[in-house]
Design a binder for this molecule. Structure first.
Ligand SMILES: Nc1ncnc2c1ncn2[C@@H]1O[C@H](COP(=O)(O)OP(=O)(O)OP(=O)(O)O)[C@@H](O)[C@H]1O
Length: 586
């Protein structure tokens, strides 16, 4: 071991006895705990770049998730800064997490995404020129200065990676966690990326990254190595001390052989079972195979980090977050108009199609019953387009918002508010397109209040359906919402007076009809077309059974007080909104 004493700056982030258990399914569908991290300890220092290495599935990403606070449930153990215990919340405030998946908005430019991150961090405190200067400095460091106005989707893989790091740096974190930052990079870009990360350590930052099989030259660039095998620590210390550490156990690394590969082969039992010996020698991470000058540590310096509340916290108001989120959505939507135009186009095409299918129903007594069918199908169409409108965006956006929300850019409430506010005028335009075309083509009486009533019912129902979609998305994960989202609508449909009448059900169930927004939407739309004292239809055949609109309303149990219908829809919308906006996690 190299015995020269190292003076590192007085910041040490350590963890003690960290255990992480996960429930796994066995063949009887019971959940059984599996331990991924076993009472491991370790430490990382400022001015050092540390690599967490290990075989695939050894627990590298899990350790990074636990250290950064990304996985806090089922994590046991303690976290310390300069030997003072700190909470996961403090770590989150001091750090930024670079996730493995590329999570960037493809239709924003490099500058726009950085301005957004900076605004969310500093709000209005920074002047425009200060923001631009800060961004210029970061881009210069990352060698992407000439790509300022390029859309993210047009950047190369390496540039995207560097930009993602830049976004995290905007918030000036003390600790930077990076999950496999060099994956998919060629050897030149890998060296460039590690060199850049190394340069950050000169600014008092603690850089911790997981890395998959580093080459010998990359391995040497790391100051500190933390090696894991099956959730246990098998080495902790400097990269240059690894060979002597192994030698003490009788494991001699062949000349010109990559020490990282040698260690991973030992972990894989290629030379016999040495794992237990390694774990014991390094005391499962309690020991550091490096000499530090511990007298340099000032244990009081913890105050600086824990008391400095707005170090990484959201320093901007809820309204400021909503405003910037809406602005960002507006920019992306104006550049990628596919979904936007598809929604308008869909309402236009379906409106024309239904208009022709139900042509003349507003005038002819022989087909008057089709007015009831037309109102029901209109509600079903608008209900599903609104219900799916936002959660269709989720699979694409989810990794992005998860990262941004985790890194403290904005709250869940601000995100949902911005999403709903941005979508509100789109739903309004879609409803106007659909109702105007169908009302005219089906030859309904040209009475303004009747049309407005039809539009209002369709609109409020669409908002209620949209918020229901968001509510389920916020409650379940994306796969669950996509799989069960449509099935969840079935009970609403069942008690909507379409499948079964309330008079034929148990009196106890009547309330399910009265409180059901879909029932009120069906009844409200049918009433706005053939209710409201509509005169009899002209009978164009020998006998027209339903030429009297009152008869349709009575036979199909469609009579409703319009105020009751509108109020039920509005209350449903409000209740769902209250539920969604009280969510704290995305
Ligand atoms: N949510 C989870 N549910 C079940 N098992 C999990 C979960 N997360 C991690 N694991 C398991 O924990 C082990 C460690 O996973 P982890 O992703 O930390 O490995 P890794 O060392 O980062 O691997 P790689 O280098 O392949 O990314 C793996 O066996 C993985 O299957």
């Amino acid at each position: 071991m190299d015995n020269s004493v190292i003076n590192r700056e007085n910041f040490k982030f350590a963890f003690k006895n960290v255990t992480y258990n996960i429930g796994v399914e066995n063949k009887f569908f019971r959940r059984k705990a599996r331990t991924i991290l076993n009472q491991i300890s370790g430490e990382f220092r400022a001015n050092e770049i540390s690599a967490i290495i290990g075989l695939s599935g050894s627990g590298k990403s899990t350790l990074l998730d636990c250290l950064s606070g990304f996985r806090k449930n089922y994590t046991n153990g303690s976290f310390l800064i300069n030997d003072n215990e700190i909470s996961v919340e403090t770590i989150k405030r001091l750090s930024s997490y670079f996730m493995q998946e590329q999570t960037l908005h493809p239709f924003l430019t490099v500058t726009e995404i950085l301005i957004f991150s900076l605004s969310m961090k500093g709000g209005d405190n920074l002047k425009e020129n200060e923001k631009n200067l800060r961004i210029e400095q970061i881009l210069e460091k990352l060698s992407i200065t000439n790509r300022n106005n390029t859309l993210i989707k047009d950047l190369s893989g390496g540039e995207k990676k560097r930009l993602q790091i830049a976004i995290e740096l905007v918030r000036d974190p003390k600790i930077l966690f990076l999950d496999e930052p060099t994956t998919n990079l060629d050897s030149f870009s890998t060296v460039q990326c590690i060199n850049f990360l190394k340069s950050l350590t000169r600014e008092q930052k603690t850089v911790i990254c997981t890395i998959h099989q580093p080459s010998a030259s990359i391995f040497k660039m790391f100051d500190h190595i933390y090696a894991i095998s099956n959730g246990f620590c098998i080495y902790q210390g400097s990269s240059k001390n690894l060979i002597s550490f192994l030698k003490e156990l009788g494991l001699t690394c062949p000349l010109h052989y990559n020490p990282a590969d040698f260690l991973l082969e030992i972990a894989n039992n290629d030379y016999g079972n040495y794992n237990k010996l390694l774990i014991d020698k390094i005391e499962n991470g309690k020991r550091n195979y490096e000499n530090y000058d511990e007298s340099k540590f000032d244990t009081n310096s913890i105050e600086v980090f824990t008391k400095e509340k707005n170090y990484k916290e959201n320093s901007v108001s809820y309204f400021y977050q909503v405003h910037h989120l809406m602005l960002r959505t507006f920019l992306s939507t104006t550049r990628d108009r596919t979904l936007f135009f598809m929604r308008f186009g869909l309402h236009l095409i379906i409106g024309i199609a239904f208009g022709f299918i139900y042509k003349d129903i507003g005038r002819k007594g022989s087909i008057a019953l089709d007015n009831y069918r037309f109102a029901i199908i209109s509600i079903c169409f608008l209900l599903y387009t609104s219900y799916h409108s936002l959660y269709a965006k989720f699979p694409l956006e989810f990794p992005i918002i998860k990262r941004e929300h985790f890194n403290g850019l904005y709250g869940a409430k601000a995100y949902y508010t911005a999403m709903i506010l941005f979508d509100a005028p789109i739903i309004l335009i879609c409803c106007i397109i659909y109702t105007s075309i169908t009302f005219f083509l089906t030859d309904q009486p040209l009475e303004l209040y009747r049309y407005l009533m039809f539009l209002m019912i369709c609109l409020v129902m669409s908002y209620a359906a949209q918020s229901l979609g968001i509510m389920f998305t916020s409650l379940m994960n994306i796969q669950m919402t996509t799989t069960f989202g449509t099935i969840i609508m079935m009970p609403f449909f069942l008690f909507s007076s379409f499948v079964i009448f309330s008079k034929d059900t148990h009196p106890f169930l009547i309330y399910l009809f009265d409180a059901n927004f879909m029932n009120m939407a069906f009844k409200g739309s049918v009433n706005s077309i053939i209710g409201l004292n509509r005169t009899k239809f002209e009978c164009d055949e020998f006998y027209c059974h339903y030429s009297d609109p009152k008869k349709i309303l009575r036979d199909f149990e469609m009579n409703v007080d319009m105020t009751h219908a509108v109020l039920t829809l509005m209350i449903t919308y409000d209740l769902e909104m209250i539920f969604v906006l009280k969510e704290e996690e995305i």
